[in-house]
Write a protein of this length. Structure first.
Length: 293
């Protein structure tokens, strides 16, 4: 039975990913040439890799993240790779004024916007929930409310260009896992808000796509440092993940599942056999390496 599951689940996930989330047209890098794109959380990890892919596609880039020195280096590299233009705004999304500042920079520089990629994330501990409600409030500001604010400020330009909103989320926002309660709460909030907004766009005939990216364990420096001691699985490559996010946004897909087999399988099984999925998730951790606070 165990061997059958190992074979069946990834295969089923790949089939489902193709059936439900494949777009009707093929992706071409030409689709991004000259497009005006904001990427948040762009100084490292998936955001940095997205910036480099978009630069090779000759897009105009506005990057934002906390660390100015890192952003400067990413912008320099983007220009070397062929970006039509590249600039940055540094700051923390804890600052509630930053979303408007970033979007205004795009408006003043380009006069419009074609794609908004929301990728930034606040630091969260990996351990048993410690009861700190203030930590959840802080994380909601960064991981959720700033996403909403960026969308609100960017929407007039996106409506004009009939552009794309790309929301980088997580399996933790679709099915619960231990040791990440505050983080998971913020990701579930993204799913609810942007799913509801998608309905309203359809009702109001607003031609702006919303792509929700459901990611598993990716080999970013922050993720590996935070959870590698407790994870049994091998992380997927951030470079490929970044490219798949860009493709899914350009093709106006509803959702991206990456890595496709593992994520799609778990999401299907979650509705059919939730207790079984919960046990699979728990078995994926080296519980002996997670210490109570």
């Amino acid at each position: 039975m165990g061997l059958l599951l190992k074979i069946f689940i990834p295969l089923l996930g790949l089939v489902l990913a193709f059936y439900f989330y494949s777009a009707p047209e093929n992706f071409s890098e030409e689709m991004l040439r000259g497009k005006r794109v904001i990427v948040t959380g762009a100084s490292s990890g998936i955001g940095e890799q997205m910036a480099y892919h978009l630069a090779r596609m000759e897009a105009h880039l506005l990057l934002t993240a906390r660390t100015e020195a890192k952003l400067q280096k990413v912008v320099e590299r983007c220009l070397e790779l062929g970006a039509a233009s590249a600039r940055y705004v540094s700051g923390s999304m804890e600052d509630t004024t930053l979303p408007e500042v970033v979007v205004k920079e795009a408006e003043n520089t380009w006069g419009g916007l074609d794609m908004l990629i929301l990728n930034h994330v606040g630091y969260s501990y990996f351990n048993f929930f410690n009861g700190d409600v203030g930590d959840i409030r802080k994380l909601l500001e960064i991981n959720f409310l700033s996403y909403v604010a960026m969308t609100v400020f960017a929407l007039p330009m996106l409506k004009e260009s009939e552009g794309n909103i790309v929301v980088v989320s997580s399996m933790a926002g679709k099915t619960s896992s231990p040791f990440i309660a505050p983080y998971s709460a913020t990701k579930f909030a993204l799913d609810g808000f942007f799913g509801s907004l998608r309905h309203e766009f359809v009702i109001e005939k607003v031609n702006v796509s919303i792509t929700l990216c459901i990611l598993g364990y990716i080999d970013t420096e922050n993720a590996v440092r935070a959870v590698s001691h407790a994870m049994r699985s091998t992380p997927a490559p951030k470079e490929e993940c970044a490219l798949e996010i860009i493709k899914s946004g350009a093709l106006r897909q509803r959702e991206l599942h990456y890595p496709p087999g593992a994520v799609s399988s778990l999401l299907l099984l979650r509705d059919i056999a939730p207790e079984f999925v919960d046990s699979l998730i728990r078995r994926g951790y080296k519980l002996e390496n997670v210490k109570r606070p």
